[in-house]
Every structure is written in C-alpha cells, then in structure tokens.
Write a protein that binds this ligand. Structure first.
Ligand code: FES
Ligand code: FES
Length: 151
C-alpha cells in the first residue's frame, strides 16, 4: 500500500491493520510521534489525518490510505512552525514526552478554527494528558499564536 506522510508518498508492504504509529516510528523512522498508553487515552501519539487530530496508536494504517498524514516532523516549513516557536519561547515542555502530541492537537484545532475562544481551546486540548502539568504554559503559548495571528 501507499501512504502520504508530510507531503511525500511512501510505498510498502504494510499490514493495513497495523496501527499508524507503528508504521510511522518503526518502518518510516518518524520517531517524533510518541507511544504513551497505546489505548487512545493520553494523546501522546496524536497526528493529523486530513487535518483532523487522530490517535495513531489506535487507528490502523489502512484507514489513512489515500489520506494526508502529518506528523511533528512536517511542521517546519508550514505556518504552524509558529506554534513550535511559541512553545520554545514560553518554555512549555518539561520532560517533553507529551509535547509532539500536544502540538499536533493544537495544529488540528487551528486548522479547523483559527480563532478559538478560551473555552474552545480548553475543550480541544483537554484530552491530551501531560504528566508534568504544563497545561498553563501550553494554553499561554497557544493564545499568543492566536492573538498575534501567527498561524
Ligand atoms: S499512546 Fe495513543 S493515545 Fe496514548
Ligand atoms: S512535558 Fe512531561 S508529560 Fe508533558
């Protein structure tokens, strides 16, 4: 099968039932996406499929065939790089483990709603767990990008 990741095509003999996360990390080497709970509960493995946040540990790669997958590695040359810069400026990460999932979830929010209210931000981000409790800095960084219209 063929999948489209970060604007490039990849062909391989992937088992369509294999979770996307396994293909990304173990086959294609996109290790920026993290494995946390493996049960769709923590959000560490969040990627975008056709601009929608998806828990890649719990979705088979067959679901993404013919769709656009984006991972943290694909942000660099997009307007959403501004989110990464804001994360750095606000020193959001602590251990960092959850943060690529947090960022991809935030990108998914801004793609569908570029000017969310505070409640919409909290609602969209609440499913992404951070054991280090960086939530206030995540919200601050996200609001800075929204207020400055940087994405
Ligand atoms: S590792 Fe996928 S949701 Fe936790
Ligand atoms: S920064 Fe450590 S889990 Fe979020």
């Amino acid at each position: 099968m063929r999948i489209h990741v970060n604007d490039k095509d990849y062909e391989g003999d992937f088992d369509p039932n294999m979770p996307i996360l396994w293909v990304l990390r173990d086959v294609l080497g996109f290790t920026g996406t993290k494995y946390g709970c493996g049960k769709g509960l923590c959000g560490a493995c969040t990627i975008l499929v056709d601009d929608q946040p998806v828990r890649s540990c719990s979705v088979p790669v067959g679901f993404a065939e013919g769709k656009r997958i984006h991972t943290i590695e694909g942000l660099e040359n997009t307007p959403y790089r501004s989110l990464q810069m804001a994360w750095i400026k606000e020193q959001v990460p602590q251990c960092g483990y959850c943060q690529s999932g947090q960022l991809m979830n935030a990108v998914g929010l801004l793609k569908t709603n570029p000017n969310p209210t505070e409640n919409e931000i909290l609602d969209a981000m609440q499913g992404n767990i951070c054991r280090c409790g960086t939530y206030p800095r995540i919200i601050k960084a996200l609001k800075t990008v929204i207020e400055n219209k940087e994405a």
